[in-house]
Design a protein around this ligand. Structure first.
Ligand SMILES: [Zn+2]
Ligand SMILES: [Zn+2]
Length: 147
């Protein structure tokens, strides 16, 4: 191993572990989504990945990432769909949609709180839930007034 070897390439490992081939766009999209603590819209991801990225490729990448369990959709109170990187437990076709999302009214970021579980909900007979979106809103850590 060369002495100045870079840290193991976690992006590459994550992409490969999910059964996808590495491409520059996939790396850029994953880097954008893991680099922030909050969910990004398609337009924001487009900005992060730079002007050279083809939109169609970008959205196709988001779709395949979603299908492979690398990212999940984040629904908040706006009409805009956001994406966040999944925690390590997600796998192809089996998203653990078991954590809450938090929308900050001050910075308008929607955070993926993967460490906070959605409380159990008992549904009336005849209702069968297929997905869960649990959104809290308020003020995030960074926007708390000082003092
Ligand atoms: Zn905030
Ligand atoms: Zn999330």
């Amino acid at each position: 191993m060369p002495p100045a070897a870079p840290a193991p390439d976690r992006l590459a490992q994550t992409i490969t572990r999910h059964g996808l081939r590495q491409t520059p766009v996939r790396r850029a999209v994953l880097a954008a989504l893991t680099g922030k603590g909050y969910a990004l819209t398609g337009a924001e991801i487009e900005q992060e990945t730079g002007p050279g990225t083809d939109r169609i490729t970008l959205y196709r990448t988001l779709k395949s990432f979603e299908q492979s369990g690398l990212i999940h959709r984040v629904i908040d109170d706006s009409d805009v769909l956001r994406y966040a990187a999944c925690s390590i437990e997600c796998s192809a076709g089996a998203h653990f949609d078991n954590h809450v999302h938090f929308k900050c009214g001050t910075c308008a970021h929607t955070y993926c709180l993967s460490q906070v579980a959605i409380p159990a909900v008992t549904l009336p007979g005849g209702f069968q839930a297929e997905r869960r979106d649990y959104l809290l809103s308020g003020t995030c850590q960074l926007c708390q007034p000082a003092g």
